[in-house]
Ligand binder design. Sequence first.
Ligand SMILES: N[C@@H](CCC(=O)N[C@@H](CS)C(=O)NCC(=O)O)C(=O)O
Length: 217
Amino acid sequence: MKLYAHPFSSYCQKVLIALYENTTPFEFCMLAPDEPRTAAEHQALWPLKRMPVLVDDGRTVVESSIIIEHLALHHPGPVKLLPSDVRAALEVRMMDRLFDNYVSTPMQKIVSDSLRAAAQRDGQGVAEARALLDTTYRWLDDALRGRKWAAGDTFSLADCAAAPALFYADWAHPIGEAFSNVRAYRGRLLARPSFARAVDEARPYRPLFPLGAPERD
Ligand SMILES: N[C@@H](CCC(=O)N[C@@H](CS)C(=O)NCC(=O)O)C(=O)O
């Protein structure tokens, strides 16, 4: 299998966590400005040019959640990231959507806006993104009360989504001290070896964070 990705990208880290959880073998195809051939392959595979993209036995698989579902189906390992019980799996998928849509999306809005020229900035959009993050942090703080992982006692697809989403969201829009359950959960994610590895591999790219990476994590 080949994974077209960049170590600093949150959605790539989401899939890397799943691969590392099960020590699934794959080839990392680096998407970077100094790798134009890999970028051309990536664009040919997925003209939307979003990463990550997985190629497995000639089949192109896109969208991080679908890639993790694909891995669970075709390359299962000891760590089951989707429960076999369909009701439990629905909760996992719901929390996965929550982290992508209501943590990662507003976090990306804040980060991408900071890369724009001053005259092109979208102040209202960024204010809305910050307000959405505050609402999500509040909701999550209740949802996570008494839970070790996003969907209960077992590490899952939802935690693969949560780890990079909360990691970068806290940099872009700090998780306030009032949200102690979210902060403690983010700490547990950082201590999980699969995510700790992804964070370490991405460390050299921290100067790329346009808002300035804090001296922690
Ligand atoms: N829904 C997609 C989102 C992927 C995504 O937004 N990836 C970012 C990197 S974290 C990207 O490719 N950005 C490049 C771009 O927007 O052109 C997924 O789950 O894989």
